[in-house]
Design a protein around this ligand. Structure first.
Ligand code: GAP
Length: 481
């Protein structure tokens, strides 16, 4: 594990050095658990988002996408249960005043124990969390003499629930302003638009509504880089089904989503399912698709069978009828019927997916050269399909007409995929930089190009080089991407 943690620190530094991720407001010493995506990161994030969007909307005739506002009527969050239930048990240390999420405090302590003792402790904690037993959780911390990492004391407050939603004011005059919340999940924008989309899109059940967008949670223990942030992006899909068929669809989406992760290059053995013991207030079944991050197995995506809870709640609080009229029931010999659809949700964090891709891609390779000397490189083996830049076009020299040929190739390719042009530095140094950025293909234009219109193409993953006709470059790269 120690090596993996070191490796994780290296990944974080690499992301900064090559323009993937910066600490937010770094100029002012940063803002905790908030990050900015740089020029490479923003493109990788967009590629991941586009892949998801395409797989959901373009590849499913019965799924459409929307883009709902972040600000919503405050009653939405009362109806959804977030005002009353979206909280985590917290405990404060009276000497350091540091606040901890109880599960994180106990989990960190468990990591210092032998495996069997750790398993027993975590099982006990899970039972108490499932029963909402705050007094029991405090006793568990006291009995195990779990200390605050700062004060090193066991002087704890009682365990209390702490709501994770950020609030702000809407309206220009303070006295008239209403308190509203920054959405903690994108899903509610879908639920409140269920009828709009179903009617205007003439959608027939089963059908889905997909959406990507920012969500905000006042996470107390925000740690592990972009794994747990206060501002993050979700890609969610609510699939509306007939009551009674939800488990069938839950199993369908469980498998479909795991296969999708594999399709973007995540190995199957790095993914696993984890069934929830404690269900959220809206769910009758739930699981996580976990990925083996450098710091252990953690949730990447949630699959939730959310029943008819959300639509019923919005019907109740808005006093409007939110139901579906199922024509097909009649054709099947059953009576015509209005009903509230059940919902199966798939919800993946875009930032966690980004971290997954980067953790897998980051590799340090060392080898012995033919002359016996050692060599090494840092490479991001991001699959070509999602790599931010697909092709680097490199004239060997800044003269003899080579830049002109390279620019012509750039013009031919840039409308098809993202290219990068570079004429500075020795060619070996430029290759290493492209490896570190994760560019899957480099082509070098040299003097031979002027004679026979061929170029050297270099493959990032194998470092192999071959000569191909310049006219083949765009086809080869487009095919791989
Ligand atoms: N609508 C259901 C929902 O929001 P969730 O399990 O709380 O369910 C779904 O969140 C996904 O959002 C998680 O699997 C994770 O990938 C991502 N996520 C949640 N909280 C996050 C945070 N603080 N930082 C980054 N990603 C987060």
């Amino acid at each position: 594990m120690a090596n993996e943690i070191n490796n994780f620190q290296e990944i974080i530094s690499h992301c900064k050095e090559y323009g993937y991720i910066f600490q937010s407001s770094e100029l002012y010493d940063g803002l905790s658990a908030v990050y900015d995506y740089g020029q490479m990161g923003a493109q990788l994030k967009k590629n991941l988002r586009d892949e998801w969007w395409k797989s959901m909307t373009q590849m499913h005739e019965n799924i459409v996408g929307i883009d709902a506002a972040i600000f919503m009527h405050p009653t939405v969050w009362k109806a959804s249960g977030h005002v009353d239930n979206f909280s985590d048990p917290m405990i404060d240390n009276k000497d350091s005043n540091k606040r901890y999420r109880v599960d994180h405090l106990i989990e960190a302590f468990a990591e210092t124990l032998e495996k069997s003792a750790a398993d027993t402790l975590i099982a006990e904690m899970d039972k108490l969390l499932a029963a909402d037993d705050l007094t029991g959780l405090k006793s568990l911390i006291e009995v195990n003499k779990i200390k605050c990492s700062i004060s090193k004391t066991v002087n704890w407050t009682d365990v209390r629930q702490f709501n994770l939603m950020f609030s702000t004011q809407i309206g220009s005059v303070a006295e008239e302003a209403d308190t509203i919340y920054l959405r903690p999940e994108t899903a509610q924008g879908i639920f409140v638009n269920f009828l709009n989309v179903q009617k205007t899109g003439r959608m027939k059940i089963p059908f889905g509504i997909a959406q990507t967008g920012k969500a905000f949670r006042n996470e107390i223990v925000a740690r592990q880089f972009i794994f747990r942030m206060r501002e993050f992006e979700q890609m969610e899909m609510q699939f509306f089904v007939r009551p009674g068929t939800q488990m069938e669809w839950y199993n369908y989406w469980k498998d479909a989503r795991k296969k999708w992760h594999e399709s973007i290059g995540i190995p199957s053995d790095k993914l696993r399912f984890h069934d929830h013991i404690k269900l959220a207030h809206y769910a009758d079944a739930a699981l996580d698709i976990e990925f083996e991050f450098p710091f252990g197995w953690k949730e990447l995506e949630g699959i939730h069978s959310r029943t008819d809870f959300d639509l019923n709640q919005h019907a109740k609080f808005s006093k409007k009828k939110i139901q579906y009229f199922d024509n097909d029931l009649n054709a099947e010999g059953k009576p015509y019927g209005n009903y509230t659809p059940f919902v199966v949700e798939t919800s993946v964090g875009l930032d966690r997916l980004f971290l997954t891709v980067i953790s897998l891609a980051y590799q340090v390779e060392k080898w012995t050269k033919e002359d016996g000397t050692e060599d090494s490189r840092v490479v991001l083996k991001i699959p070509a399909k999602i790599a931010p830049t697909k092709l680097a076009i490199l004239p060997l020299l800044k003269k003899d007409g080579l830049p002109e040929i390279a620019s012509a190739l750039m013009n031919e390719c840039k409308s098809q995929f993202h290219c990068f042009y570079e004429e500075k530095d020795a060619i070996g140094k430029r290759y290493r930089r492209m490896d570190a950025i994760g560019t899957p293909f480099c082509v070098t234009i040299d003097h031979q190009t002027k004679e026979d219109n061929t170029v050297t193409i270099r493959y990032r993953d194998t470092m192999l080089q071959e000569r191909i006709p310049m006219s083949e470059v765009s086809k080869l790269v487009a095919k791989a991407c």
